[in-house]
Design a protein around this ligand. Structure first.
Ligand code: FES
Ligand code: FE2
Length: 288
């Protein structure tokens, strides 16, 4: 998979696998530098972007989990004709090393990857141990990425359905007694192919859509849903929900994004409302 010049430094290890996602989703993930400290929070504590364009990015990262991280500058460059990208460590731990990943579409929803780990000036004795660490780390990173890509694909496939107005009977959808709903919240609720989370915020029952308007991340928490296994929690702080994919925050009362940059233009999709019958204490989901 590597060019002849690169073979001068033989890889200390090679990781090969078929990712069950289209090559389009994989490239999207490669260019998505922002997800590293969120989706891969066990491996990256932070990231500060220095440069990004359509051919890659360069960033200062904190390697390792929060509280035990070390800084490094990494650069990712894509060689589109070769369907390959190289991640090089420019400064910090592992400086001089690079990781060359070659992608090949094997079907509409599967992509083979070949990841070669190049570490200059490493003794033969150390190479096996360091290679094994890389293989373990990359297995985990690609596991996390694969789930993200698969959910994103399902969100894209379901887009037409999500664009339809929410249909509920005029009398609303009966959910049960208020005390039962409050005790059970948060509740993930699915109907007509869409999923919502009912949460109790400062004494009020609220409903929010569980598809992050950024790239489709899971805002349903660890409860699962029709769009696939969510990755990590979508924690609430008062009315603010945080997406576990890139950390964007949304106010579920106003549906507005709370980031001070372009993400603030993003808004959660409309969700049904909640009505509680004052006499029977029955909770009903009503059209927005
Ligand atoms: S998908 Fe990116 S922040 Fe939610
Ligand atoms: Fe990733």
């Amino acid at each position: 998979m590597l060019e002849e010049s690169e073979m001068l430094t033989p890889p200390i290890a090679v990781y090969e696998r078929v990712i069950e996602a289209s090559i389009e989703r994989v490239w999207e993930n490669v260019l998505d530098w922002e997800h590293l400290p969120w989706l891969h929070s066990g491996s990256f504590a932070d990231i500060e972007l220095q440069h990004a364009d359509e051919n890659g990015w360069r960033a200062q990262v904190q390697l390792g989990p929060r509280g035990q991280s070390t800084p490094a500058t990494i650069e990712l460059r894509i060689d589109w004709p070769a369907s390959r990208y190289t991640t090089s460590t420019l400064e910090g731990v592992g400086a001089g090393g690079s990781i060359v990943t070659t992608l090949e579409a094997v079907s509409e929803h599967a992509t083979s990857i070949n990841v070669a780990f190049l570490v200059p000036d490493i003794s033969e004795a150390d190479a096996a141990g360091v290679g094994a660490i890389y293989l373990d780390l990359y297995r985990q990173l690609w596991d996390e990425d694969e789930q993200m890509m698969q959910r994103r694909q399902r969100v894209l496939d379901a887009r037409a359905q999500a664009a339809r107005p929410i249909e509920l009977p005029d009398s609303g959808l009966r959910l049960g007694r208020e005390s039962v709903i409050r005790a059970a919240a948060p509740i993930l609720l699915t109907f007509a192919g869409r999923s919502y989370r009912i949460v109790e915020v400062e004494g009020e029952l609220l409903v929010h859509d569980t598809v992050c308007p950024h790239l489709g991340g899971p805002l349903g928490g660890p409860l699962g849903g029709p769009l696939g296994e969510p990755l990590g929690d979508a924690p609430m702080d008062g009315p603010t929900v945080t997406c576990p994919w890139h950390g964007y925050r949304f106010d579920i009362r106003t549906r507005a994004g709370l980031e001070p940059d372009s993400a603030c233009a993003l808004k959660l999709a409309v969700a049904p409302g909640i009505e509680i019958d004052a006499v029977t204490e029955e909770v009903r989901l009503v059209a927005p």
